[in-house]
Ligand binder design. Structure first.
Ligand code: HPA
Length: 237
């Protein structure tokens, strides 16, 4: 047991899919996994372990923002021996080419906070996903005839009230979308020499101000889940 996870050692699979919302984690476990059991519920941050096509797989919520995902990722890696962490979340699009509900896979995560500078002696850390996971994801997407946008995203500390200068800066530097966790996850994984990946669906558009309805979100979520599950299966072979 750790401060934030009340699972036994060995309760988590080597690969953990991580949505922000713990009830989403429960939904994923109930919908896509077999032989599911709840392994943690501290602060209602639910985690489950089951199997997917016979492969052990866990799913656990990570909450909102970089401090929250940092706590869970650290404990999963350092206390429970987790090796592959895949964030599956939503994002706000910041480029014209992306449409609502498109899939985005981060090939890097820029950051508006100082969280990684603290880890990196004040320098600017290039937070990137693991190449093998990224390649498995790209290959899997091709097999599934999905066409995610691969590119740089930005992890923001603020959902409300970000600096007005941030949107034009992101557009200038070809950032695809904004979310709130990936940069921290990538840095924690790099430091621990484990693998991380982040895939997202566009839930809102910062240029057009469109927002996906909950029905629309469900369909695009199913596609992202297929990509996440099959990528996890590929890397476990
Ligand atoms: N900002 C930050 N995180 C998000 C957003 C956003 O606009 N949309 C979905 N996740």
């Amino acid at each position: 047991m750790t401060a934030h996870i009340n699972a036994e050692i060995g309760d988590f699979a080597e690969t953990v899919l991580m949505p922000g919302d713990p009830l989403r984690a429960k939904f994923i476990a109930d919908t896509y996994l077999q032989d599911v059991r709840e392994v943690t519920n501290v602060r209602n941050m639910l985690g489950f372990t089951g199997t997917y096509k016979g492969m052990p797989l866990s799913v656990m919520g990570h909450g909102m923002g970089m401090p929250s995902i940092s706590i869970y990722a650290h404990e999963l890696i350092h206390e429970y021996g987790v090796k592959n962490l895949m964030r599956i979340g939503s994002c706000g699009a910041v480029c014209e080419e992306l449409k609502l509900l498109d899939l985005v896979v981060a090939t890097g995560a820029s950051c508006s906070s100082s969280i990684n500078r603290e880890r990196f002696s004040g320098y600017d850390f290039a937070a990137v996903p693991d190449f093998a996971l990224l390649k498995a994801c790209a290959d899997t997407a091709e097999k599934l005839k999905l066409s995610p946008a691969f590119g740089n995203i930005l992890s923001d500390d603020l959902f409300y009230g970000s600096s007005p200068a941030l949107l034009p800066a992101m557009q200038k530097m070809n950032i695809l979308a904004v979310e709130m966790e990936a940069a921290a996850l990538f840095a924690i994984a790099a430091e621990a020499r484990v693998q991380a990946l982040c895939m997202l669906t566009v839930s809102d558009h910062l240029i057009t101000s469109e927002q996906a309805t909950s029905e629309q979100r469900q369909t695009s979520f199913n596609q992202m889940m297929e990509l996440a599950l099959e990528t996890a299966f590929e890397v476990s072979k």
